[in-house]
Write a protein that binds this ligand. Structure first.
Ligand code: DQA
Length: 146
């Protein structure tokens, strides 16, 4: 089983940006945790981060061609307004879970809306880095159900 983990803009700045919200662990700490979890679950994992909307869309389309089994995506700020990423997610029938490190529903009003969540199979918000690991476990269940 092969999963793709996509992180959107500014998530490469984890450990630097708004530590009170996102904590002091870095993006590479996050990748280490994800890779360790993939080993435990005995799955293949590829991670991808981009600050650009088009690059995220290109990566999603490539996932379709590569026959990736599941996608975990944190679209970051694009969550709240990118109809283009939403359309890219909607066009591929691979199981996908949206993750947010912070609880977007308890923050500023503009973060309460996710335009991408309705085209995903679920959302995990507010569980810190652990949310990605929870999403990987949920994806395994979704993939084995199909
Ligand atoms: C985020 C929440 C978004 O509102 C924000 O723009 C981010 C990170 C999160 O993981 O909590 O960049 O997706």
């Amino acid at each position: 089983m092969k999963f793709l983990i996509i992180n959107g803009p500014n998530l490469n700045f984890l450990g630097i940006r708004e530590k009170g919200v996102y904590g002091d662990r870095s993006y590479s700490d996050l990748i280490d945790l994800i890779e360790k979890k993939a080993d435990e679950l005995n799955i293949e994992v590829e991670t991808f981060q981009s600050n650009g909307e088009g690059e995220i869309i290109d990566r999603l389309q490539r996932a379709y061609n590569e026959k990736v089994d599941g996608i975990v995506i944190n679209p970051a700020a694009y969550t709240h307004y990118s109809y283009a990423i939403r359309d890219a997610l909607a066009s591929i029938s691979i199981p996908k879970i949206e993750v947010h490190i912070s609880n977007i529903h308890q923050r500023e009003e503009f973060r309460h809306t996710s335009v991408t969540e309705p085209v995903c199979d679920g959302q995990i918000s507010g569980h810190g880095f652990e949310g990605y690991l929870m999403a990987m476990e949920a994806l395994i269940k979704l993939c084995t159900k199909n």
